[in-house]
Design a protein around this ligand. Sequence first.
Ligand code: HAM
Length: 416
Amino acid sequence: MLIKAPRGTQDIFYPAITLWQRIEELALQVFQQAGFTEMRTPVFEATELFARAVGDDSDIVNKEMYTFHDRSDRSLTLRPEATASIVRSFIENGLQQTPKPQRFWYRGPMFRYERPQTGRYRQFHQIGLEAFGVSSTSIDVEVVTLALELFDRLGLTDITLCVNSIGNQASRSAYIAALKEFLAGHLTSVCTDCQRRFNENPLRMLDCKVVADQELYKQAPVIYDYFDEESLHIWSSLKNQLTSLGIKFQEDSRLVRGLDYYNHLVFEIKTHDPELGAQSTICGGGRYDALVAELGGNATPAVGFAIGEERLVHLLSKKAEVNNKFGIYIIGEDVLANQKLALGLRRDLSLIKVEYDYDGAKFKKQLEKALKTGSKWVIFYMEAERASNKFKIKNLETAQEFEGLSYDELLQYTKS
Ligand code: HAM
């Protein structure tokens, strides 16, 4: 029997891989321009880290973690998200003592045991960032703009930014009490998940995907009515700053997110792609001022987000331009000469692909191969060219030919 990749995982290879690379290159540019440096943490961590950070009663910890015991009987978990890991590393490596703000971005695989479908996988990839040490709402806004900037540079236009505030602890407790009072009378009509959530984390009931439940929760009390002065002030300054920057957003008082560590700002960026359906959220994040202390560090304000890369790739692959021709193919009967030329060109043109035929096949065969590789340029490196040390090239996109080029001219032409 053929061995297959585990359910909910994917192999990523050419041509799709070029989109992944483009997204990650752009993320690096956008985030580094804003002072974020990349951080890489292990893909598995002590199980307790996620139980404490994400929340014991969250769906992620309850039902979705890949947890195993290693040979020394330690309980380990394949990371379902990276915020907890970044915070652990931030504390463990003494990064709290480095100048504020401390800003990190990351990319890599995450693991959740979910029911696989378009846009939802068991191994998926996130690109995210986390900023520590600033309580001013200007950094919340900076973080939101960075996600939007990345989407913009990728040419993604049909997206909606949804924002909410879940206030500080005191406001949230007051709201939860009111919410419980409202919900208590309706418990028999809500889904079994919500019945469980009522006892464990009633706020999360607002996030339920069951339509009938959603209708009911529309009549529930609204969180802003329970905000104290601090929560109100932060919420209005967030909205004012977004508005001043001309950033369009939808206010959604029932947006609560599925992880426990948030306070004040929570946000999601959604697409309107029908195939993604319920998986339309391509980015989620918010502020989490209590998590660093919760995991044993000094109290440190923090905010961040994570983007689902598979969902982004799905959207971009639909509008990807026809694969542009790229690179150079050298044609000539002397394999060794081709090889020498290729080595030199690869060095002098760094990022450009340079290929040749290893077998020294007949001219026509080599040309066929050049066409199949999708190269943009062919260099005809036949006996005459080798003897005169001049180059003849053809642009396979435009069919234009150029002859008698010096090596420097060859570099100039093929760079484009
Ligand atoms: P999250 O909402 O759990 O947040 O995940 C962020 C994004 O990852 C989602 O919006 C979605 O695009 C993608 N995603 C989640 N699960 C899957 C899946 N099974 N398959 C494919 N894509 C998925 C977090 O993980 C937080 N750590 C975000 C954050 C960072 N908050 C503050 N800092």
